[in-house]
Unconditional design. Structure first.
Length: 142
């Protein structure tokens, strides 16, 4: 299963390069060290969240002093606490950044098993008056 960062507003996944042009590394939450775990969560701004043993933070949230190098491998120090977090809201999605004439919105109206499904591309009126329509399920005989 691919690793990805659980920090708010972070989209780093395994295989990406960090700000230092090295591959981003991932570190498990210190689940067995209660005070340190609380410090991690407090710095993340997620005090009431409970991470699982399968969730990680990426190296981009730690200062260089949080790491030690051995044989060319970056290890997280046992007392390290992440301190670099973006407090900005997540970036806008494509639909939010496009103007109203450029956006593509689809409206789906559906009903029971004998009701037609309508897929319409906007521009459409703000409200749609749709009435169920029975489908002819019988095929013509030849």
């Amino acid at each position: 299963m691919p690793k990805y960062c659980r920090a708010p507003n972070c989209s780093n996944t395994a295989g990406r390069l960090g700000a230092d042009n090295r591959p981003v590394s991932f570190y498990k939450f210190p689940l067995k060290d209660g005070p340190r775990l609380q410090a991690w969560l407090r710095h993340m701004g997620r005090e009431h969240w409970v991470p699982s043993c399968h969730q990680h933070l990426c190296s981009e949230h730690f200062t260089p002093s949080c790491f030690q190098w051995r044989w060319g491998v970056r290890y997280l120090r046992p007392d390290a606490v992440p301190s670099i977090f973006s407090r900005a809201p997540p970036a806008k999605t494509t639909a939010q950044t496009l103007g109203p004439e450029e956006s593509q919105t689809f409206t789906i109206i559906c009903g029971g098993p004998d009701i037609a499904v309508v897929l319409a591309q906007d521009p459409a009126p703000a409200t749609v008056d749709a009435k169920p329509e029975l489908l002819d399920t019988q095929t013509p005989s030849a």
